[in-house]
Write a protein that binds this ligand. Sequence first.
Ligand code: CMP
Length: 447
Amino acid sequence: MKSKKTVIHPDAPGKILWNLVTAGMVLLTMIVTPLALALELPLGPGLIIIEGLVSLIFLADVFINFRTGYLKGNQLVTDKKKIRQRYLRSWFVPDLLTSLPFFLLPQAYVSINRFIRFFRLVRVLKVFTLFQAVNRIRRYKVSSNFLRMVTMVFWLLLTAHFIACGMLLAGGIPRDLSPAMRYLQSFYWTITTLATVGYGDITPDKTNALQVIFTIIAQMAGVGMYGYVIGSVTNVINRIDISKTNFMEQMERVNAFLTYRNISDKVARRVNDYYYYLWDTRRGYEESNILNRLPRSIRLQVAREVHLDIIGKVELFQGASLALIQDIILHLEPLVFIPGDCIFQEGEIGDEMFFINRGKVNVVSEPEHETVAVLKEGEVFGEIALFYSQPRTASVYARDYCDIYSLNREDFDRILARHPEFAEKVRELARERWADSLIRQDAYKPE
Ligand code: CMP
């Protein structure tokens, strides 16, 4: 029990914050360490503070990793021994190496063997921990395209930075400039080389083998990266809005059908309007298709959020118990009507009641075709037919584009039986309106 307490959950907010801090330090290291080496910056107080801080944080990260549980499938492993073994076998060695303060190697020693200073670059290995971080982000609601673009730009810039530092080390940039200017020129050379532009205004010293070889490598990397970038960008653009592409294809098919069947322009316009309205309001997603594939518990959570707006709007649901809301939301069927659509006719047998989420409808009394009421979002209709098992007392027409949820008779009866307080509210509403419609019918009765 005691050991469980001290194990950190990999998704705990504090741990995520810590990961962000470490990632920031990794980034700082990626930039500063190769740069300091390439420009041969003296180890001043600024650099000592940065490198020291990075060392401390990386070291703390090693300790924290020994205490962080991991997920096996969806099961959190909290057994300290297992955590330790797993860490020792995976990231422990690189993590420890990268946290060692190589930058403190005595300067004298460094000048004896100039290659020893490259030990400092070991830190760059820590960049691989970023992969783990990115993999975890995928579990959140991040668009994979977005993540792909960001990762690609990140690696491109980082590679360009490394190559620019390499060119500085190879001595390809004049030494008589300021450090900032030298880096800028080197970065400029890198970008023109990698982008295969190659203006040729900064070139390697052709008598210096190291510079020439380095340039060849950079050019080859450039060709590869160029191809990779073009490929990735094309891919991302193609997938950027997969639902929009699907929608466009669907519209092509629908319109081809309308032409083939010689449908009149007026009706074809309505069909198009309908599809575009669906696209505008729900991006082409078939709610029920997505919901029905989920297990019941998750479906309930998603449905609650999807239908949050309607639950908040409808007067009848105000003050409703959670149980009632859960009962109703899983049975609401979304429907769309376009202006002028007849939702049902007076005298029909009714099997559903309706909740208006968006738009307005006209309640029309048929003999005179008189509009007796205009119902707007948050209001309901069609309850009389269900409650009193009567034919519809009026016709209902969509006044504009309407998003409406329907509830069928079976579910209506069950819900009313289970939730008497809701039944009472519906009864109240139905009685009032029915009385109204009886008065109306009396008034129209032929003498
Ligand atoms: P129902 O009879 O099932 O079908 C027509 C619907 O119109 C009816 O249920 C009520 O929901 C609604 N309705 C009828 N009369 C009125 C009214 N006077 N005001 C508002 N709504 C009404």
